[in-house]
Design a protein around this ligand. Structure first.
Ligand code: CA
Length: 218
């Protein structure tokens, strides 16, 4: 695996690099965000290990910046900050995992494997339901090789239902997938989106469980 390590403390970086290289990983190490930002635009990495306190800024701003540019490389934050709020902030900004310093080298290795496996699984996630082909990685749905166009909100709802296939998903969970786009809740908005989804995807696919939620049936 090709790993981008962004860490300004050599005393931490060196043993980590040695350990990861011994495990046959390629590690590229930068001590500033500026250098790392240039590198990530040129090369593809399998995972980024990101320190938060760097000489030229906060690691979280780097994370925001790359996610804003749709760079989806998994990011594991390495930090001494042990406040829960910082951890949540990082995960909300698109980090995949967190490792608190001082860390155990084998733990870092294990986390890298877990995060990369998860990322690979997601990339390959294509689900066939009835005559539909749904790609979670591409955010696309097609029938007989014909793309079915969904709005961002329709996709958000469908994705949430697909991830819990054949289970009842409470309406709050589905609404959360719409609110994520930064809008206020409108009453009946969810019903309207689901009704359009049914029209596009076919009848009988999304079932209403009165007072409980919705279910996508396989
Ligand atoms: Ca640091």
């Amino acid at each position: 695996m090709r790993i981008l390590l962004i860490e300004d403390e050599a005393a931490l970086a060196r043993p980590l690099i040695e350990h990861l290289e011994a495990d046959c990983h390629i590690v590229e190490w930068f001590g500033t965000l500026d250098e790392a930002e240039s590198a990530i635009h040129v090369l593809e990495y399998d995972v980024v290990l990101l320190d938060l306190f760097l000489p030229d800024g906060d690691g979280l701003s780097f994370l925001t910046s790359i996610r804003g540019q749709r760079i989806s490389t998994p990011v594991i934050i390495l930090t001494a900050r042990d406040k829960v709020s910082d951890r949540i902030k990082g995960l909300n900004l698109g980090a995949d995992d967190y490792i608190l310093k001082p860390f155990d080298l084998d733990e870092v290795k294990a986390r890298i494997h877990t995060v990369c496996r998860r990322s690979a699984d997601q990339k390959s996630q294509i689900i066939f339901i009835r005559d539909l082909r749904i790609s979670l990685a591409e955010h696309s749905v097609s029938r007989d090789d014909q793309a079915i166009r969904l709005t961002a909100k329709e996709w958000g709802i469908l994705e949430t239902l697909v991830r819990r296939l054949s289970k009842i998903v409470p309406r709050e969970n589905l609404e959360a997938s719409i609110y994520a786009y930064g809008e206020e809740a409108e009453s009946n908005a969810l019903e309207a989106h689901i009704s359009r989804l049914r029209a596009k995807l076919g009848k009988g696919l999304i079932i209403t469980h009165r007072g409980m939620g919705y279910e996508l049936v396989a």
